[in-house]
Design a protein around this ligand. Structure first.
Ligand code: CA
Length: 323
């Protein structure tokens, strides 16, 4: 699995990374690398801190190019959990002054070496990296273009992005409480880079499963209460959530959970009919059902409460497994 994340803003990326590490530790998933789509100098260190705490010490980490003037998060946002995890927990970037890899080269190398249709790509952030990968040209790493590499080596994209209607009654209630106009709603990941998002939705040449805004509208994190106070994810959730409740919406954790559990016969989720997804210049989502479409979106098969229970059960597993 390849995970692409904007970790450093919302804390749900941290929860997603914990869930993925726990699947890796059970031998139920293999994490090939993590790429960062956000402009944040601390993201790579945060990822390494979490993975190392869970015993996965040599995960490859890539970062998109940016300059100091382009940082996506304010100083105040960086103080919430990015800097505290970067400086407070063991990681190769703060400790050894290591630099993350260039993310597109890293993805191209991994895909070039991978077996055909063996890689699941999971995106829980902005879509700039996936777009840049698709548009990458043949080079010293591979004679294939990025699009050809993806077509040959990737089996499926699971993408947290967009907003899909209709919602179920539980989701509608939450959205009404938030005061959102769901028809006009431009989901955060997609609206950051709308053109890149549109390119990925329309040109990514594999099966795609979208986890929409509505599918993440249940809170998880309380499972971390059972973890040690030295757990970096617990620290991140405690610092991010109001009053240290550890409760945050589950957009990214659900995308990773679905990707790790895989398959169509799922206890918690089902998929929509096939169709095509597109995004407009602001990031509004359009879904058109069609038999030839390669995209589906995730639908809850269970109540939000039951989905959150499953997420918290996984989040409560602390650190590396016993030898
Ligand atoms: Ca995210």
């Amino acid at each position: 699995m390849l995970l692409d994340t904007d970790i450093g803003g919302d804390v749900d990326d941290v929860g997603a990374l914990v869930i993925l590490n726990n699947y890796v530790n059970q031998g139920a998933a293999e994490l090939l690398a993590v790429g960062v789509s956000a402009y944040n100098p601390y993201s790579a260190g945060v990822i390494d801190a979490v993975c190392r705490y869970y015993g996965n010490t040599d995960i490859r980490i890539g970062q998109c190019d940016f300059t100091d003037r382009q940082i996506d998060y304010t100083d105040e946002q960086l103080e919430i959990y990015s800097k505290p995890l970067y400086y407070g927990y063991d990681n190769r970037f703060a400790n050894e002054d290591k630099q993350p890899e260039q993310v597109i080269d890293m993805y191209r190398e991994i895909l070039e070496d991978a077996d055909d249709r063996s890689v699941v790509f999971v995106s829980i952030g902005f879509l700039n990296n996936l777009c840049n990968l698709l548009q990458s040209k043949p080079d010293h790493i591979s004679p294939l273009s990025g699009r050809e590499l993806v077509q040959r080596k990737v089996s499926r994209l699971v993408c947290m992005g967009g907003c899909f209607l209709p919602m179920n009654e539980e989701q509608k209630g939450i959205v009404n409480d938030m005061g959102l106009d769901v028809i006009e709603y431009c989901e955060f990941n997609v609206s950051k880079w709308p053109q890149a998002s549109k390119t990925v939705a329309e040109a990514w040449p594999t099966e795609k499963v979208f986890v929409g805004f509505e599918a993440g509208l249940v809170k998880c994190g309380s499972g971390l209460k059972q973890c040690s106070d030295g757990n970096p994810a617990k620290t991140a959730y405690a610092r991010y959530t109001i009053g240290g409740s550890l409760q945050r919406h589950s957009w990214d954790p659900i995308a990773v959970l679905y990707a790790c559990m895989g398959g169509e016969n799922h206890d918690l989720f089902e998929l929509s009919a096939a169709g095509s997804v597109s995004f407009d210049e602001n990031g509004r989502t359009f879904f058109k059902e069609s038999d030839s479409g390669d995209s589906k979106y995730l639908i809850w098969k269970e109540s939000g409460e039951n989905i959150a229970r499953k997420l918290d059960e996984i989040l409560s597993v602390d650190g590396k497994p016993p030898l």
